[in-house]
Design a protein around this ligand. Sequence first.
Ligand SMILES: [Zn+2]
Length: 226
Amino acid sequence: MTSCAYETSIQFLVPLEFIWKFQLGKMRYPLSSSTALGLRCPNCDSEGLLTNDTEYNVDNFGSVLLNVTSCPHCGYRHTDVLTLTNREPVFLRVKIRSLKDLNIKVIKSGTATVAIPEFKATIMPGPNSEGYITNVEGILEKIEDALTFMLSSVDSVRLRKGKRMLKQIRDSREGKSGFTLIIQDPLGNSGLVAGADQSKITKRKLRNKELARIKFGQYAVKMNIS
Ligand SMILES: [Zn+2]
């Protein structure tokens, strides 16, 4: 992983006003629906932010709480997922080799760092990073969207490199080339579910050294174009 090559990477800044919400994301909510938190909206500053928790049972994984925070005044919305079982710092890895592998389920919490070394892509848990349940293809789609967005404001050299990466990602979405998906989550709310093929997934506790390296940065998405 090339997590320290800051000079050659393109970084996507997240506004500082979202930081309070990051702290909110670490709180434990009761299992109730629509509770007024009496907190202010990070977008429009109105009081009366609402939070809604829904419990889901994900096959071969366990109970997952989907939390949606929303503002009735401006429409602001933020989602995150919490795992109700097996909570310890987790390292997950899967080699994607076929179209079928793209269907592997991904539970990605707001505190997860998602990396695809072959694309030099890392999605870091920035203050505004969301949690969601998707599949491997959904993760590729998010990285493709982030890269496309970043390429709208780079110089021609980086644009060329970025376009090559885009092609690599699109080839992978069509099953033409393989890659490795790595998820590191210090709060253990994330998971990979491959059903009958669960043996494809490497799962272990995060080492202290790794934990120290995945500090929650100020950047939500980092693509290393070098
Ligand atoms: Zn608002």
